[in-house]
Design a binder for this molecule. Structure first.
Ligand code: SF4
Length: 310
């Protein structure tokens, strides 16, 4: 337990919130920004139609709107998050689509505009492994001299057949190359992983947890697979339903998955939550907050800690 510096208040794993609390000495929230990006997997450069599960509306918070300026989005977002969480410091989070998919000078301008806000103390950029290069990483490194910088890479799976199934239009080798390149810049990197793909057995997903331990990553963001309306996955699911995680099964599964992870990882998320009106499956009876409490309870009752089986 002493090996887990950001596990407290009943958590048996390193929780990103406690990491931020320690790092900044106060509550810090991410404020999502809609930068108006597109994605090479949507505009035909790499593919068309996007990943099988992609519907960007499912992950846009209410204040994030590409029709208003970045400054206005941050003002609206920080007001909203201050009211909800009493947070007064924020990380500008470029979340939707592929947030490095633009010319370098445009990227720099957008990132720096966000960082000009007096309450923004960091930058988080979500992107695909095939959309980074030395110039972009150099820019992020430069920004990291003055701000907290987190690069979030959508790896999603470490199996080519899964990436192919979901129409990611990049392979595992591409993800590993991106991580190798990123490691040279010593940036704090998140791997975004989807748990519960129908192309993978539960056993195989846990094998991938062990494989993540050997990669140059600081954070993990875990999402269970959700079927969202108006996606190709929804069509596939309607045509031939596949198994999705039941609520109780996912509680136990994630607990076991976390026990396989090395104690240094910090978990930014362990569950995803899409708006109810977008979601087809799985429909769970409890909220994200209830899930986190149930996960803690299960890990406590069964004496399971992150790193136990590392
Ligand atoms: S890479 Fe991201 S934005 Fe692009 S299609 Fe896939 S999920 Fe959507």
């Amino acid at each position: 337990m002493s090996l887990l510096p950001y596990a407290r208040r009943g958590f048996h794993y390193n929780n990103y919130k406690f990491y931020l609390d320690d790092r900044f000495g106060e509550r810090v929230q991410r404020v999502s920004i809609e930068g108006g990006f597109t994605c090479p997997n949507r505009d035909g450069t790499k593919g068309e139609g996007g990943c099988i599960y992609c519907n960007s509306n499912s992950f846009s918070p209410p204040y994030s709107d590409r029709s208003i300026s970045i400054q206005e989005q941050i003002s609206d977002g920080t007001r909203f998050l201050n009211g909800r969480f009493r947070a007064d410091k924020f990380i500008a989070y470029f979340q939707n689509y592929t947030n490095t998919y633009a010319p370098l000078n445009k990227l720099e301008k957008m990132y720096r505009v966000a960082l000009e806000h007096p309450k923004v103390i960091g930058l988080s950029v979500s992107t695909r492994p095939d959309c980074i290069n030395d110039d972009i990483l150099g820019l992020l490194k430069d920004i990291s001299n003055d701000y907290d910088v987190n690069l979030e890479l959508g790896l999603e799976s470490l199996r080519d057949r899964s990436l192919e199934w979901m129409n990611r239009c990049h392979d595992v080798k591409c993800s590993l190359n991106a991580l190798e390149l990123t490691a040279k810049y010593e940036l704090d990197v998140t791997a975004h992983m989807i748990l519960g793909l129908p192309t993978e057995t539960r056993k195989e997903i846990k094998e991938m947890a062990k494989e993540l331990n050997d990669l140059p990553l600081k954070f993990l963001k875990l999402h269970h697979l959700q079927v969202i309306k108006n996606t190709r996955l929804a069509q596939e699911y309607a045509r031939k339903p596949f198994q999705v995680f039941e609520y109780g099964e996912y509680v136990k599964f994630v607990a076991d998955y976390i026990s396989l992870l090395k104690p240094e990882f910090i978990l930014q998320r362990v569950i995803t939550s899409s708006p109810d009106d977008c979601l087809i499956a799985p429909k769970w009876p409890h909220t994200t907050t209830a899930f986190i409490m149930d996960l803690q309870k299960y890990m406590r009752e069964n004496n399971i800690f992150q790193g136990d089986k590392y």
